[in-house]
Design a binder for this molecule. Structure first.
Ligand SMILES: [Zn+2]
Length: 273
């Protein structure tokens, strides 16, 4: 049976202990630590070993973390700011080593509609320099980097092919995170993108969420327009055994229990497929 991890973004508006209880009660046994402002992530940042031990007590393991917010600007034109962003990601490596988390999801482009053409033109080279530094540091720390697709309109980093180019030759510990909702927003063919990722042999993990008719992403599968069935069938047919994370955006504290139960129901229905 395929395991589906839950991104802690969903439980970002509740205290750490309540988040752990909610995730365990909903039957999640794996999580991706995500959203640095979430109490559960803040607690992990200040006490990584203890937090993962507490999660383990609740039956939850942590196969991956998401890079911190300040670590999502590794393509900036200004080298001082770019290097500061890389350092933020590397800061997480030590926390991961301390708590036995093997993989980090990295954003290769900072995106943003307000970026200039000049900044976009520099993105591949700047991001590549940063990814080289991150790959070296990750190798030394014995960690994997999963580089995630972003961007809506054909900019670098939006396709699996453009990410494969960015990470070419960086080592077997550097691979892909395919975010299906971001592929949808970039108006790409999801099955074609998946095929490119699978054939590369470098697909480490998946971010799974829906996109609604207004283009709003990180919805619970079923709330938007994506057809997940052919996608999941392709994963099964090609014996994909990497990570799968349900990455739903934060719910207000009043509705978090309802939202996590809805997400758990998706997990269960997919596990029955
Ligand atoms: Zn994602």
């Amino acid at each position: 049976m395929n395991e589906y991890a839950l991104s802690t973004w969903l439980v970002g508006n509740v205290e750490a202990e309540a988040a752990i209880r909610l995730m365990a009660d909903a039957g999640f046994t794996q999580i991706e630590l995500s959203a640095g402002w979430a109490p559960i992530v803040a607690q992990w940042e200040s006490a990584p070993e203890e937090t993962c031990a507490r999660l383990a007590d609740a039956g939850i393991t942590v196969p991956s973390v998401h890079c911190p917010r300040m670590g999502r600007q590794i393509d900036l034109l200004d080298d001082d700011s770019r290097i500061a962003s890389v350092q933020e990601d590397i800061r997480y490596f030590g926390l991961m080593q301390a708590s036995g988390i093997p993989e980090i999801v990295i954003h290769p482009v900072s995106g943003g509609a307000d970026r200039s053409d000049e900044a976009w033109a520099a993105t591949p080279a700047q991001s590549r320099k940063s990814l080289e530094a991150l790959a070296d540091a990750a190798e030394e720390a014995g960690l994997r980097l999963a580089v995630e697709n972003l961007g809506r309109d054909g900019h670098p980093g939006s396709t699996m092919a453009s990410i494969l180019e960015l990470i070419d030759g960086l080592g077997d510990h550097v691979g892909l995170c395919m975010d299906i909702g971001h592929s949808q927003q970039a108006q790409l063919d999801l099955l074609d993108e998946l095929q490119i990722a699978l054939s590369s042999g470098k697909l480490f993990t998946l971010h799974l969420h829906d996109v609604d008719i207004d283009g709003k992403d990180h919805r619970i599968p079923g709330e938007g327009c994506l057809d997940f069935v052919p996608f999941l069938q392709a994963l099964r047919d090609q014996k994909y055994n990497g990570g799968r994370t349900l990455e739903v955006s934060a719910a207000p504290a009043e509705t978090v229990e309802e939202r996590i139960d809805m997400t758990a129901a998706v997990r269960e229905s997919w596990q029955r497929l």
